[in-house]
Design a protein around this ligand. Structure first.
Ligand SMILES: *Cc1c(COP(=O)(O)O)cnc(C)c1O
Length: 242
């Protein structure tokens, strides 16, 4: 794991250099879904401090177990990277430090209320479906450049979400299509960055600076196209058994 981790860091540095970016502006989120707490503790010993889970139940199991093992000052940031169903927002409000996959207003309202009740705030990213694949979650923005309705919808959603006291809107998250050539992946990341830029112009009071994009197979491309958070599992931990 240590050498794989080092290799990923080297690849991030190379991609950042290619794009004339400072690698320190890129957060590597180690995706530990399906791996046991022992794996997370080993990753912690290897120096990792940002961990990502896609299922909130798994997050809710692991956060207390890791805290118990490491004590309260562990300095870990827990990223919830998968979509939420509305009846599961309270666990997210309790255990997540950063939520990458906000895809509906209803979830935003519930989360904000629950966070407010517990005196917390949660940084969030809006998940956007840039590729238009039916299997993908997120705000529909596959034609945002030419479709005014899509633009208006996400702008209005972002404006509303930015007003919610429990949430801190920070930017966008996207998933690239699987098993397609790089020439089809790069535009997904580039168009996500451009959409964030457009939203920033439309809503100057809101922060759209963070971009969560890139996984094991495509994180170098994502870094070249401006990712600030990459979510990497297999490249660090190997294939998941499931
Ligand atoms: C599993 C997962 C990842 C990491 O995928 P790898 O291919 O293992 O790097 C990233 N993002 C999300 C939303 C995931 O569910």
């Amino acid at each position: 794991m240590q050498s794989r981790y080092q290799q990923v860091q080297e690849q991030i540095a190379a991609a950042a250099a290619c794009a004339k970016r400072d690698p320190a502006t890129i957060t590597l989120v180690a995706v530990t879904k399906t791996w046991p707490v022992e794996t997370i503790l080993a990753a912690y010993q290897a120096g990792m401090r940002h961990f990502g889970e896609n299922r909130v139940e798994e997050l809710a199991d692991k956060v207390p177990a890791v805290s118990q093992a490491l004590g309260p000052d562990h300095g870990i940031t827990w990223h919830l990277i998968g979509n939420l169903q509305s009846r599961k927002t309270s666990a997210a409000a309790q255990y997540a430090d950063f939520f990458h996959a906000l895809d509906r207003l209803k979830i935003a309202y519930r989360l904000s209320d629950q966070l407010q009740a517990s005196g917390r705030t949660l940084p969030v990213l809006l998940e956007v479906n840039i590729s238009g694949e039916a299997s993908k979650a997120g705000f529909a923005v596959d034609r945002w450049e030419e479709d005014e309705k899509q633009r208006t919808e996400i702008r209005n959603a972002a404006a509303l979400i930015s007003q919610l006291p429990g949430l801190q809107l920070r930017g966008l998250m996207t998933m690239a299509p699987w098993d397609v050539p790089d020439e089809q992946i790069r535009p997904v990341f580039r168009r996500t960055r451009e959409l964030a830029h457009w939203l920033q112009e439309q809503l100057p009071q809101v922060n759209f600076t963070q971009l969560s994009m890139g996984m094991t197979d495509d994180f170098s491309l994502a870094v070249e196209e401006g990712a600030t958070h990459i979510r990497v599992g297999r490249a660090i931990f190997g294939e998941r058994g499931n």
